[in-house]
Design a protein around this ligand. Sequence first.
Ligand SMILES: [Ca+2]
Length: 314
Amino acid sequence: MKRFILLLRFLAGAGGATLAAVLLLPQTVAVALPGPPDSPLGRDLRPAPNTSASSKTDQPANSNSRGGKPGGGGGGGSGATGWRDDFSGTSLDTSRWTNAEERAPGYIPGNHQGYYEPSNVSLQNGYLVIRLTQFNGPVDGLDGVVSLGGLVYTDETFRYGTYQWRARMSSTSASPGGTGSPVSGSVSAGFNYINNSETEIDFEFSGHLPGWLWMVNWHNTNPSSGPFESQQTYSSMPLSDITSAFHTYKFVWERRKITFYVDDVYVTDHVTNVPRAPARFMINHWGTNNPFWGGPATLGTTRFYYVDWASYTP
Ligand SMILES: [Ca+2]
């Protein structure tokens, strides 16, 4: 929430100096793979930490709470059994996943509102496909931008262990192996999350910086408020084909450390703000209209996020 307030201050013309200072202080920049473009500014201006739902019931689809941050705590205990989903069926395995219908992150009063739309989620030829569209529409009664993306999350919660996604991040390609480009206004991610970021660990792609991967963890120690900037640790790395090729994104969550890998190659580890609470396994694709996270909206251009498989190993 703090960064959201900062964004409002920025839009109002106040607090810009503070924002600029924050922007120039990335905590870690792990440069591991080729293709380095500009410096990875902007992480701290995410208007909302990546997302979402604890359960269907504690996040009404049109509640006035900030999108994607329900207050509910974790349901079941920590999952002790590993699993892998190849998304090879004809429809999402609803014994594992919920296909969310609720507000998404990225809300800007009178300017932008995002939603998770279940019909944007499908299984096609062995891939989970999550579409994202953006168009002009009413936001708080004003002419704004509406985004329709998608989110799936496990009903079960999991704790320490190995989390993996083989994915091609958000692009305009209408097939998993087709050609396509990243588009501003898009965020795609594989992550875990519970209870207002009491636990959150993410791999994220943001359309405001094509060719970069973000690795982030949060530990909101008092989920009745926040989360605050001081409760996150993040790294970024250039990955030039992040939106044109599949990569395996893996993190290993331990009691005092989170280690991040791309294609089984070590990238970095984080030892601060390491969360503890069991959390839901999540995959999402959502829209933004924010130059500092996701990027300004692109109207009328459909984007696709493909996930070949996902797995959890205790
Ligand atoms: Ca597959």
